[in-house]
Design a protein around this ligand. Structure first.
Ligand code: F6R
Length: 257
């Protein structure tokens, strides 16, 4: 794992936006795996600015989002379809976009269709991930199979509480989501995970330095060939090998060697 520690969330978001833009410049036809959530808003804002400044184009790219709530139609104000339109799709030249349909008549059939669509597209080139405070990636909650494919997951109470800020009432937060599986994510060519803030400190430590375990689904990334973890000071506080990461990538910069 490449561990890049930045002084603050702003610099960490700059770094992730640049990693995505760099990939699109060298490989315009990349299949991007995209995430939602509070963490990604700063990344998408930077990508929109870069697009407007002529520094990046998404015209050749295809995107597949990680997840969607079961039961929410694409135009629901709290759906991830809506989030993606508001935070990215409506502002850049990315047109070939995919998310699971939360309002499909049969969510299991929809999950299988979505997995097949990712495979048919040749799998994900660059997968962007956030990190749940409980160690989830996508909506693969603790105890998820480490080889799972896209399917329905029941959300933990803590995940529903964390996401309740987007809904009027806690009871409105759906109990289920369609999510790419951990096996789906692990097939990506390259993974970039962004986490910042003190709320992620335990999950970051477990992901990077803990045992590989379904108790912290993100820890499976230790088995991936090309992962960049971008974090800020606050999220890095629990790392035991901090001095080593600083030595390899001072100030979150590129490797010395
Ligand atoms: C979002 C997703 C989740 C979030 C995670 C962190 O598509 O799959 O794994 O990345 O819950 O969410 P925030 O960024 O809101 O802390």
């Amino acid at each position: 794992m490449k561990i890049l520690i930045h002084p603050d969330a702003e610099r960490a978001a700059d770094c992730v936006a640049e990693l995505i833009a760099a990939r699109l410049r060298t490989e315009p036809a990349t299949n991007l795996g995209l995430a939602t959530g509070g963490t990604m808003e700063a990344v998408y804002a930077r990508l929109i600015a870069a697009y407007r400044g002529g520094q990046v184009s998404f015209a050749g790219a295809t995107s597949f989002n990680l997840d969607e709530y079961v039961g929410l139609p694409p135009d629901h104000p709290c759906s991830y379809w809506r989030y993606m339109r508001e935070h990215l799709f409506d502002h850049v030249d990315l047109t070939d976009t995919h998310l699971p349909h939360g309002d499909a008549a049969d969510a299991e059939v929809e999950a299988a269709r979505y997995e097949a669509a990712i495979v048919a597209a040749g799998d994900i080139g660059l997968q962007l991930l956030g990190l749940g405070a409980n160690g989830h990636i996508g909506f693969n909650e603790p105890t998820s199979s480490l080889s799972s494919l896209t399917r329905i997951k029941t959300l933990t109470r803590s995940t529903r509480e964390a996401n309740a800020r987007y809904f009027e009432r806690f009871e409105d937060v759906p109990r289920h989501a369609i999510t790419m599986g951990i096996g789906t994510i692990m097939r990506a060519d390259e993974v970039v995970l962004l986490a910042y803030g003190a709320g992620k400190v335990d999950a970051v430590a477990a992901m990077i330095e803990g045992p590989v375990s379904a108790a912290c689904p993100a820890s499976v990334l230790q088995m991936h060939r090309k992962v960049t973890v971008v974090i800020d000071e606050a999220a890095a506080k629990g790392l035991k090998l901090r001095a080593y990461y600083d030595e390899v990538h001072p100030d979150g910069g590129e490797a010395l060697l």
